[in-house]
Design a protein around this ligand. Structure first.
Ligand code: NAG
Ligand code: NAG
Ligand code: NAG
Ligand code: NAG
Length: 248
């Protein structure tokens, strides 16, 4: 009897310690993950906007839900030098427009009083049925800019998805456009081709998200394995003490 309760309490103690260790380990990983904020100001994450482009018969041909942050390097009028500014795109004052063709589509986002125009071009490869963000253009005319800002890159390869599916990335991503412009995206879901019924197709998760989900899966699997070992140890212990009891 004493042997059984000894094995039992040992099992319980080990299980609790392992669960605690796994929980701490996971927390440790989680606190490493969030990206560091802008060094010069605490901006916070941009609000997520829902944007839509319609085709000629008024159904959606491009859908996008995302938070966008622009990181621009420009010549400041007041400081008389090159400065770097990070600005969140506010969906409440952003209008969307655009157009869709069979193998190309674009989404144009224009902010309040047309001080910022951002255009995202998507291309569909009709052989492989894969699409991607291929081109980005930005013009901006902010109060402190010495001259209006303009950046354009036609050879990009971001947000890769499959025709009929939407591209999804919950994690923050940085899209480098030119030396003077990068765009931080937050909680992106986008589909520039192959929509049906004004809705996103099944989501294809980005690699960053899959990596992030891998840690809980590994911890979970390890825990399940340990619980099994502890259970086996307990059963073996019980059987042994039972056998001992019978010989008496
Ligand atoms: C903005 O871009 C600069 C230069 O590329 C970089 O050092 C900085 O970390 C970026 N800031 C954010 C918040 O992305
Ligand atoms: C389209 O995809 C095919 C097959 O993956 C590839 O061989 C071809 O180069 C791609 N075309 C373009 C324009 O990228
Ligand atoms: C943005 O686009 C509108 C409409 O084409 C234009 O009138 C405006 O000047 C543009 N703004 C900038 C900063 O280029
Ligand atoms: C456009 O993007 C590509 C791929 O990121 C990069 O190699 C190229 O230097 C960029 N072009 C310009 C003009 O910044």
């Amino acid at each position: 009897m004493a042997q059984i309760s000894g094995v039992q309490s040992w099992c319980l103690g080990v299980t609790i310690q392992l669960v605690l260790a796994a929980a701490l380990l996971h927390q440790g990983f989680a606190t490493v993950a969030p990206p560091t904020a802008a060094p010069h100001k605490d901006l916070g994450k941009p609000e997520r906007g829902n944007y839509r482009v319609n085709n000629s018969n008024n159904t959606a041909c491009l859908l996008a839900s995302m938070g966008l942050q622009l990181n621009i390097t420009f010549n400041s009028d007041s400081q008389n030098k090159t400065v770097q500014d990070v600005v969140n795109l506010d969906p409440n004052v952003t209008k969307s427009s655009g157009s869709c063709d069979s193998d190309s589509a674009y989404l144009r986002l224009t902010t309040d009083s047309e001080k910022t125009n951002l255009t995202l071009f998507f291309t569909l490869n009709t052989t492989s049925n894969k699409y991607h963000l291929s081109e980005v253009s930005l013009t901006a005319n902010w109060p402190d800019m010495k001259v209006p800002f303009s950046a354009h890159n036609r050879s990009l390869d971001y947000l890769r998805g499959t025709l009929g599916y939407s591209y999804m990335c919950r994690e923050e991503q940085t899209l480098a456009v030119t030396q003077d412009l990068s765009i931080n995206t937050f909680q992106v879901q986008v589909q520039p081709f192959g929509l049906s019924g004004n809705q996103f197709g099944t989501a294809e998760e980005c690699q960053l998200d899959e990596d992030d989900m891998l840690i809980p899966i590994i911890v979970g699997a390890a825990l399940a394995g340990l619980v099994l070992i502890v259970l086996l140890a307990y059963l073996i212990g019980r059987k042994r003490s039972h056998a001992g009891y019978q010989t008496i």
